[in-house]
Design a protein around this ligand. Structure first.
Ligand code: HPA
Ligand code: ZN
Length: 326
């Protein structure tokens, strides 16, 4: 259809993408084999069949287990390069990717191994595919403040490569306030900050991320719609929301595609963007996310254009870099 072609061709920025969540079953098996790691699965089909989740924690358990095959710099390079070629095929021209260092350092893989592999792939993508990028180092919120502070310290020698600090993993029971000091230090060190909030946690989690962590973007943010005063604050301060439609469906944050709040967010004047979160686990990259929403919510080319425009506005590119795309 014409909207499908429009979605494919319009230049886009992706702002909510966990690199560990781009590990396709085929690559997982290939890396497991060369690293001599035995998997709990015999085939790609068997892996795919295991990807059925009833909530965020269900998914996280499988996602952290999958990341266990990643051991060497080349593994992180191959993972990232594979995502970047896919992103290029979908007309993503700028991407801001999360990585979860603690997922790797906790099992003995060095911070430098992880970030160097990712960085080298991003550099190659800039040179060969013309894709610009930023790295967001995300803190695992189910771990304690000391582990977060230690991770922030490990990031300092790599400041040149890391633009922002984020917060992900199990939301309910791990509110933003748990990391108030970590984010304060991150800001002092000159990092931008973002946080996952309002995915499973209520509007109070979004409020804390904004008021206590002082983040410049909210990842997901769905449940901010439950609080009128918060909506007003988000609109007036143009705080972007990085929304992930297929993720929301797979993790049962939203029941059916037609119930998805994306259009409501746009109509309320919120700077919403469309992203793929963990595409290897949720059944689609950015264009499939756009397409699912355009079908369910009857999005027009105008909506798609607004969402693409929002993705650049909400990015960490400079004004001058943004003006090339908006
Ligand atoms: N939410 C929280 N943690 C995550 C996610 C998510 O959607 N993806 C990867 N880690
Ligand atoms: Zn996420």
């Amino acid at each position: 259809t014409t909207i499908e072609t429009f979605i494919q061709h319009i230049p886009k920025a992706e702002l909510h993408l966990h690199i560990e969540g781009t590990l396709e079953p085929e690559l997982m098996m290939k890396i497991a084999k060369r690293n001599e790691i035995s998997l709990d699965y015999e085939s790609v089909d068997e892996i795919k069949k295991a990807y059925q989740f009833s909530n965020l924690q269900d998914f996280l358990d499988i996602y952290y287990a999958g990341a266990n095959v990643l051991r060497h710099e080349t593994d992180f390079f191959d993972l990232t390069w594979s995502y970047l070629t896919k992103a290029h095929s979908q007309n993503i021209v700028h991407t801001e990717i999360f990585f979860d260092p603690q997922t790797h350092t906790e099992r003995g893989v060095a911070f430098s191994t992880v970030i160097t592999g990712i960085h080298k792939a991003l550099e190659k993508a800039q040179n060969e595919l013309g894709i610009s990028s930023k790295i967001i180092m995300s803190i695992l919120r189910h771990l304690d403040e000391d582990s977060a502070l230690e991770t922030l310290k490990e990031a300092l020698p790599y400041k040149e490569w890391i633009t922002a600090i984020g917060l992900d993993s199990s939301e309910v029971g791990n509110p933003p306030s748990k990391f108030a000091r970590v984010f304060e230090k991150a800001k002092t060190e000159g990092f931008e900050t973002v946080a996952h909030a309002g995915e499973e946690g209520d509007a109070g989690y979004v409020r804390e991320a904004i008021e206590i962590l002082k983040v410049s973007r909210i990842d997901h943010g769905n449940r901010s719609l439950e609080d009128e005063l918060l909506i007003k604050h988000i609109v007036e301060n143009k705080i972007p929301l990085t929304v992930c439609p297929l993720s929301n469906l797979k993790l049962k944050v939203v029941k059916e595609a037609i119930d998805h709040p994306l259009l409501k967010m746009l109509n309320r004047g919120m700077v919403a963007t469309v992203n793929s979160d963990d595409p290897a686990y949720f059944g689609g990259y950015i264009n499939e996310n756009f397409l699912a929403m355009s079908e369910a919510l009857n999005l027009t080319a105008k909506h798609v254009h607004q969402l693409s425009r929002n993705s650049f506005i909400a990015s960490f590119l400079t004004q001058e870099e943004k003006s090339k795309w908006i």
